[in-house]
Ligand binder design. Structure first.
Ligand SMILES: [Zn+2]
Length: 378
């Protein structure tokens, strides 16, 4: 069923709507939440969900859905409107500069501020504790009054995501292999998700420092268990960011296969009744702070020496940076070398770079001592 929620505008005379689909019976069985296009300029996920929608509809019509599915194929209509000089942006909110996938609300802090200390109300029944928390969360939700358009949009999305058992946020990188961001507490429980996604890397971090959308939902329960260690808690909800290749990889053939694979993940977990073959195994998860974000310290033009998927060693040349200034103008090449052993999972589409720009992500196994604090790219 198609739903539409009006999102008030920050400017007169404009409106926009958050449109999304619901399949299955509300409140019956597990709740699965999927969205694409939070970074509105990342559209592989939109095409993946486009292909998944008829599969969910068919399963619903045939009585094979064992869960409720919320699907938001275009979760960020505000970002879709960000056109400038015939170019679509969509990663940052133009009024505030806020990255659409950063600064999502810490629900544990919001709950504590709203409801106070719940120690005396929590016991040894995880289901009862969950029900109590959800009641308080809904009370907080109802009392929260969004003001700006982005607040309204986030609030509408939060309503459907906050009680979901699985929250999957579909993104893409620049030019990349499939990879996943997930909390370490959810692995290896969800190794099957990595397998089905065909993830070249599954990168674990509980708090990357950015308030990413996927971290909010398991993060609430991780923090509650720390705040109230004597109470019993249910299994964590799944929250994960699925990075589907790069921005140019919006393609029926590959994205239909991605949709089939997501369907396979749900079917194998019994959320949809169907027979599926297990996918090949993906590599085990590694800590996000073991991934090098290789940056340049000069401007120039990047010429890569390695392809995506290359296994590199510390000291290997990843690319040359061609000078666009000074004595070496348009002639001098400076090699840019890896600082860790690992697999190259991401490169840049745009080869003109400036100081501080990341040019590759190299997934290693061991945490890198300088990778502390904020772990995301921007
Ligand atoms: Zn993104």
């Amino acid at each position: 069923m198609l739903n539409s929620i009006a999102i008030p505008s920050d400017t007169p005379g404009l409106t926009c709507a958050l449109q999304y689909y619901r399949f299955g019976d509300q409140g019956k069985g597990a709740k699965i939440f999927m969205q694409a296009g939070l970074h509105a300029d990342e559209q592989p996920g939109m095409l993946i969900l486009h292909h998944l929608l008829p599969m969910l509809e068919k399963a619903e019509q045939e009585g094979r859905l064992n869960a409720e599915f919320i699907v938001m194929p275009m979760v960020n209509p505000l970002g879709m409107a960000h056109l400038q000089f015939h170019t679509h942006r969509g990663r940052y909110h133009p009024q505030t500069g806020v990255n659409y996938n950063r600064n999502w609300r810490d629900l544990d802090a919001a709950l504590f501020a709203h409801s106070g200390d719940l120690t005396g109300q929590l016991g040894q029944d995880p289901d009862a504790n969950k029900a109590l928390i959800m009641r308080h969360l809904h009370a907080w939700y109802d009392d929260f009054k969004p003001v700006t358009a982005i607040d309204h949009l986030r609030h509408a999305v939060t309503k459907e995501a906050m009680d979901a058992d699985m929250v999957l946020d579909l993104h893409c990188d620049d030019e990349a292999l499939n990879h996943i961001f997930i909390a370490p507490q959810l692995m290896p429980e969800f190794q099957d998700l990595s397998d089905w996604v065909g993830a070249a890397a599954t990168l674990t971090e509980e708090d990357s420092g950015g308030g990413s959308f996927d971290e909010v939902w398991p993060g609430l329960w991780i923090k509650l268990a720390r705040r109230y260690p004597d109470a019993a808690w249910p299994a964590l909800p799944l929250g994960a960011t699925l990075e589907y290749r790069g921005q140019h990889d919006v393609d029926d053939k590959i994205n239909k296969t991605d949709a089939d694979n997501l369907y396979g993940f749900f079917a194998q977990r019994g959320l949809i009744t169907d027979q599926v073959q297990s996918p090949p195994s993906a590599p085990p998860a590694t800590p996000l702070n073991a991934m090098e974000t290789l940056r340049v310290d000069q401007h120039g033009l990047i010429a890569y020496r390695v392809d995506l998927g290359a296994n590199v060693k510390k000291g290997d040349v990843i690319a040359d940076l061609i000078d666009l200034d000074g004595q070496g103008f348009a002639r001098k090449r400076t090699p840019i070398t890896a600082n860790t052993d690992g697999v190259v999972i991401s490169r840049n589409m745009i080869k003109y770079v400036q100081p501080g720009v990341s040019i590759a992500k190299i997934v290693g196994k061991d945490p890198l001592p300088w990778r502390v604090g904020y772990l995301l790219e921007d």
